[in-house]
Design a protein around this ligand. Structure first.
Ligand code: C5P
Length: 226
């Protein structure tokens, strides 16, 4: 495709969402928050009474049922709100529990396959900024620029805590660190689209960078990209 794509992949709470949204705003591009789709599948599974425990998902019938559910996902994005069927799930979808559920359903190949076209449909003129785990490696392998964003685990847990506190949720750094490590481990070790830098990805560690510095670095790379 001739439509430009800029991919931001990396582990949980590395700042992908913030960076991707800011880049999309500055470039006037569309934005794909792919993690949101996995979170919605996790929520939809819960609503449908499907067991999303790791052991249950290893059963072929359970995986197939979850794949069908992902294929039929009824989502709407409207003025900053997210709807799942008739339910406004904007707040719940950002919760720590939804993130954990997302990382469990994301292991299932049928789920990843069901979301493939949905994600690629976000590629529209004038361009797209996409963030997730496999944007550069699987969904948009021909992207003009792939960035792999990381930060220290301590820094990421701290940022997640601020994020939750802003929404009036509470948590401890210790629990958040454990959650992050569990999710990273599951994301890295799964066989379908594991989290890892895509071929040709540029590495950016933003542990000691401000948001503006990270944005500037990626914009510099973007201007220099083919
Ligand atoms: O980025 P976010 O925290 O919203 O993602 C939630 C979970 O969804 C991740 O932990 C990961 O397991 C899964 N995910 C994925 N592939 C993507 C985006 C998210 O597997 N492209």
């Amino acid at each position: 495709s001739h439509i430009p794509v800029l991919c931001i992949d990396g582990p949980s709470a590395s700042g992908k969402g913030t960076l991707a949204a800011e880049l999309a705003a500055r470039l006037g591009y569309h934005l794909l928050d792919s993690g949101l789709l996995y979170r919605l599948v996790g929520l939809a599974a819960e609503r449908a009474g499907l067991d999303t425990a790791a052991a249950a998902l290893q059963q072929p019938q359970q995986a197939a049922a979850l794949g069908r559910l992902a294929q039929q996902l009824l989502v709407r994005f409207e003025q900053g709100r997210v709807w799942l069927g008739h339910e406004d799930v904007t707040d719940e979808v950002r919760s720590e529990a939804a993130g954990m559920a997302a990382s469990r359903v994301a292991v299932v190949p049928e789920v990843r396959a069901a979301l493939l076209d949905l994600q690629r449909n976000f590629r529209r003129l004038p361009g797209l900024v996409a963030d997730g785990r496999d944007m550069g490696s699987v969904i948009f392998p021909d992207a003009a620029l792939k960035v792999y964003l990381t930060a220290s685990a301590a820094q990421r847990a701290q940022r997640r805590l601020w994020q939750l506190q802003e929404r009036g949720e509470s948590a401890t750094i210790k629990d958040l660190l454990a959650d992050l490590e569990a999710r990273d481990e599951r994301d890295r070790s799964r066989s379908a689209a594991p989290l890892k830098p895509a071929e040709g990805a540029l590495l950016l560690d933003n542990s000691a960078l401000s948001i503006e510095q990270s944005v500037q670095q990626v914009l510099d790379w973007w201007q220099a990209s083919p």
